[in-house]
Design a protein around this ligand. Structure first.
Ligand code: BGC
Length: 370
């Protein structure tokens, strides 16, 4: 009897141990928390996929959460990740200013805060910034319009910007205006929808130093990164303007989603004979628009590269080293943030096929895009 009892007891202990081990496993802490702005734009789904692959390859435990355009959800996500014991927070904030208080909580808890793609401003609670060269994105967009209308004068130019809550929107626009301002001053273009920029004809604007001025200008041409807002803004401009302000036009659209919306509005106006329109992100639907001649270009930001760069920075942090790749600096209005900056690529109908052939994009995905 004693032997049976001892056996049962031993068995029970083994079960308890197994259960305990199981518990430890499910409660295993997450090392890297990733917070992205929204699932509703293909751009951020590309980032999610790139991160999942790069972090898996590096062997880190991680979790990706989406804020769905809400600073409140963003905060709840960050709090949940702090609870899970993350050591590094990688965050692409919805609102550059509002996110300051959120990341402070993580920073105060000893977590390293890495801004991803969008810089969080007005706080010292950010440690690193990993980004594409956003100024170069804007320059590429502006220069594309200039090159396509080389030798022409008085070309109607329509300007649109991203959300004023996003620091990138300022940098993209400053980049574009750094080349467009001279093209307006020399008579190549006439700005048709933004009187607020008239004082800056022939003058570049600095995303940091002229932040307030830019906020005023962008406030009059902002799409808020929203398809519907972009469409009604463009329609409003077209209703307000007469045929002399149309014809063959140039359109600075900040990204692909808004470019398609704005392009649709311009295509529907019979007084617009042709248009050249910029974009950004290489979304499948826009690659389709490019192949169909409905969007002129896009600036491709290879998220696989950015995710890998971020993971290598995170690896250094987790190993207690100073990240070797954070050699650039971005000022966030409170401090100079050590940063990594990746290059961008212009795609249009002349070179897109070459990137498809190289395996960067699949024609089937482009065809399937809505
Ligand atoms: C990103 C763009 C994106 C936009 C809208 C920006 O901060 O850099 O790639 O199109 O946000 O989500």
């Amino acid at each position: 009897m004693k032997k049976i009892l001892a056996f049962v007891l031993a068995l029970a202990m083994v079960f308890a141990l197994v259960a305990c081990a199981g518990e430890t496993k499910t409660e295993e802490s997450v090392q890297v928390g990733i917070v992205l702005p929204t699932k509703d734009e293909p751009r951020w789904l590309q980032d999610e996929a790139s991160f999942t692959e790069a972090l898996k390859a590096a062997g880190f435990t991680s979790e990706v959460m989406f804020s769905q355009g809400s600073p409140a959800t963003e905060q709840t996500n960050v709090e949940a990740l702090i609870e899970k014991g993350i050591k590094v927070l990688v965050i692409c904030a919805h609102d550059a200013t509002a996110a300051g208080a959120t990341v402070k909580k993580a920073h105060d808890a000893g977590i390293t805060v890495v801004c991803y793609d969008r810089l969080i401003t007005g706080t010292d609670a950010v440690d690193y910034y990993v980004t594409f060269d956003s100024f170069a994105v804007g320059v590429a967009q502006g220069q594309y319009l200039i090159d396509k209308y080389a030798g022409k004068t008085n070309v109607p130019l329509y300007l649109y910007s991203g959300a004023v809550t996003d620091n990138n929107a300022f940098i993209f626009f400053a980049g574009a205006w750094s080349v467009l301002n001279a093209a307006v001053a020399n008579g190549q273009f006439v700005v048709e929808n933004c009187p607020a920029i008239a004082d800056y004809t022939g003058k570049a604007l600095d995303a940091e130093k002229d932040h307030k001025v830019l906020a005023g200008i962008l406030g009059t041409i902002t799409t808020d990164w929203n398809f519907a807002t972009a469409k009604s803004l463009a329609e409003g401009n077209l209703v307000a303007n007469d045929a002399s302000q149309k014809g063959d036009v140039a359109i600075l659209a900040p990204n692909d989603g808004t470019a398609r919306a704005i392009a649709d509005a311009f295509a529907a106006d019979s007084a617009v004979t042709s248009y050249v329109i910029t974009g950004q992100d290489a979304e499948m639907a826009s690659l389709k628009y490019i192949q169909d001649g409905k969007q002129s270009m896009t600036v491709w930001k290879n998220t696989a590269t950015l995710a890998k760069t971020t993971v290598s920075l995170v690896a250094d942090v987790l190993n207690g080293k100073t990240p070797a790749n954070a050699t650039a600096k971005y000022n966030n209005q409170t401090k100079d943030v050590p940063s990594v900056q990746e290059e961008v690529t212009v795609l249009d109908k002349d070179n897109l096929q070459q990137y498809i052939d190289a395996g960067n994009f699949k024609q089937a995905d482009i065809d399937a895009a809505k």
